[in-house]
Design a binder for this molecule. Sequence first.
Ligand SMILES: [Zn+2]
Ligand SMILES: [Zn+2]
Length: 247
Amino acid sequence: MRFIQVRFLGTGDAFGHGGRLQTCILVQTTTCRFLIDFGASAMISLYRFGIDPNTIDMIVLTHLHGDHFGGLPFFILDAQLNSKRTDPLVIAGPAGTRKRLTSAMELMFPGSSKVKQRFDIEVYELQTEKNWLFCGVTVTPHTVQHPSGDPSFALRIECNGKTIAYTGDTEWTEGLLPAASGVDLLIAEAYFYEKPIKYHLNYQTLIAHVGRLKPKRLIITHMGQDMLDRLEQLDVESAYDGMIVEI
Ligand SMILES: [Zn+2]
Ligand SMILES: [Zn+2]
């Protein structure tokens, strides 16, 4: 049996509630070691949990908000100046990723986007419902309801004969059905407990629909303070920074 290891390196909301780090999920398969999302605090996550950045084959992004991709300038600068990366870095995200990454680098470290790295940066801009394959991992993005300046995706990811889905940030949308139906592991946003927040999922809405998705396992993440205050009373698994699961 070939397991996939999923390691939650950041499980908080955008604002650091509960002292949690922003979204970053490490997936290890037999052929690939990759990250889903790379929030502004994600370099802290890597070093806190002893992950060598040079071991990362690719980074897949759900959308281009700072708490999901804002750590990339730090990754690229660290790779150049500190970790001395030589292998190509593959980044896959929505249309607009290349431009937004350049803008983010220039905003935070002027001139940094023009530096020639010792390693190649390969950016792939994914299209909704089109399969994209890299190092034995098939990523299928599905458009969700979450304005971020460019398309926002939920991701369905197949590797080692297993399927993972991550909702990214979104209010409930029927687009989550093809993204997440029947997966071995569904990682779902649960920002608030029951309060409706436009463009985000709350726990009660997720639970109301999860019977339609029928995941084999559900783990919630991206929790704000309202959720963190109620962790004891939940009926589902909730992620924490450093949590490791095998599927
Ligand atoms: Zn977010
Ligand atoms: Zn967002």
